[in-house]
Write a protein that binds this ligand. Structure first.
Ligand code: KG4
Ligand code: ZN
Length: 361
């Protein structure tokens, strides 16, 4: 039996999970959304302190709930980046200490790879395939040869897709993170395809640019002043009723993001015909319009569409424990002094190869 404990602290979610022989045995998640919502985004210093407060109790209550014995833990996997450095250091420090006390190896997991591998917890992924990772900090297209092999084909040159949602939401006086709220407000409305541009498609690359969309949102709002909520909507509470006009605005914005992402996905499909499917991953992958749009592109080419259930799309520790388990299968672990990787830096391939690969069938 191989039992991998996963810890996630890269941004504003504190999470712990256990993966037993490749299957999820249990998970705990404490979102800090409410703490950061009033600031309109994540405050790094507050995030680190909250992680420090929450990680030990989440891990303990998870072990209790699952009835796992500490001596059964084969490895401690931790998201090492990219993310907020202060937040990552809390997780990496905790995992390093725990691994020393248990005599089990620590495994540093790339948070982006983990998002892309996460659907493997629920179904088999037909590699090689394409991967579209859309989160609050990243928007990239990949060619995936396996769960641990991702070749980046394109990336955003400015804002991430989730950031575009969050900024549009902020302009409407909606709290952070605004993506799910924009989706909720847009339900049932018919998008107007002419309301927003599909930016950065007039080129032949696989990169994205969403900053123009933000400008278009602000422009539209300044012309249609009555659209935004008059004051900041309190986080966590029920959403105020949306006018038909606001619902259409939110639907049109979501569709513009979905169309723009899907246009580059189609281009990637043309360039990598050997891909058997497309993995849609990251927080924005929870968005229904985007899911439908990418699924349609996959269907046109008889490719498989693979996306996690929405709970596994946003940040979680199940994906960290699962990717850690995949690494352990290959005998990949890290030295106790594992470095955290801040945003914007590539994750180094600095794992140590164990002489004997543990049985992780
Ligand atoms: O992957 P994630 O949980 O954290 C990062 O690593 O960034 O992604 C969070 C992002 C936020 O920008 C949030 O607004 C967006 O995902 N998001 C959504 C939806 N659910 C989360 N965006 C659009 N529609 C959704 N349903
Ligand atoms: Zn993430």
């Amino acid at each position: 039996m191989t039992l991998v404990l996963g810890v996630e602290t890269s941004c504003d979610e504190t999470a712990a999970a256990l993966v037993r022989d490749g299957a999820l045995a249990g998970q705990k998640l404490a979102s800090q959304e409410d703490v950061h919502a009033l600031f309109g985004g994540v405050v790094p210093e507050i995030a680190s302190r909250e992680h420090l407060r929450l990680v030990p109790r989440l891990v303990h209550s998870l072990m209790e709930e699952v009835g796992g014995a500490w001596s059964d833990v084969s490895a401690v996997a931790v998201a090492r980046g990219p993310g907020l450095l202060g937040s990552l250091l809390v997780g990496v420090g905790f995992a390093g200490g725990l691994s020393l006390s248990l005599g089990a190896p620590v495994i540093g997991v790339d948070h982006l790879l983990a998002h892309l591998a996460a659907p493997g917890l629920e179904r088999e992924i037909p590699y090689p395939c394409l991967g579209l990772l859309v989160s609050g900090g990243h928007t990239s297209l990949y060619f995936l040869r396996g769960p641990l092999e991702a070749e980046r084909l394109g990336r955003t040159l400015d804002d991430a897709a989730g950031e575009a949602f969050d900024k549009a939401a902020k302009a409407l006086n909606l709290p952070y993170p605004g993506g799910p709220l924009i989706e909720a407000l847009s339900r049932g409305a018919e998008p107007d395809p002419a309301m927003f541009p599909r930016p950065y498609l007039d080129n032949d690359n696989l990169d994205f640019s969403f900053s123009g969309l933000k400008t278009a949102v602000l422009d539209r709002l300044s012309r249609a002043g009555g659209l935004r909520f008059p004051s900041m909507v309190p986080p966590g509470g029920p959403l105020p009723e949306a006018s038909a006009e606001l619902a259409r605005f939110c639907a049109s914005f979501s569709q513009a993001v979905a169309d723009t992402l899907t246009a580059k996905v189609r281009r990637a499909m043309d360039r990598r015909p050997q891909a058997r499917g497309i993995v849609l991953a990251g927080g924005v992958a929870a968005n229904e319009r985007l899911r439908r749009s990418v699924e349609e592109a996959a269907r046109e080419r008889s490719m498989e569409f693979i996306a996690s259930s929405p709970k596994l799309c946003t940040d979680n520790a199940a994906m960290i424990a699962y990717t850690g388990w995949r690494m352990l299968q290959r005998g990949w672990t890290h030295a106790p002094g594992l470095a955290a990787v801040p945003r914007g830096r590539p994750t180094p391939a600095d794992h140590v190869q164990a002489a004997v690969v543990r049985d992780a069938s």
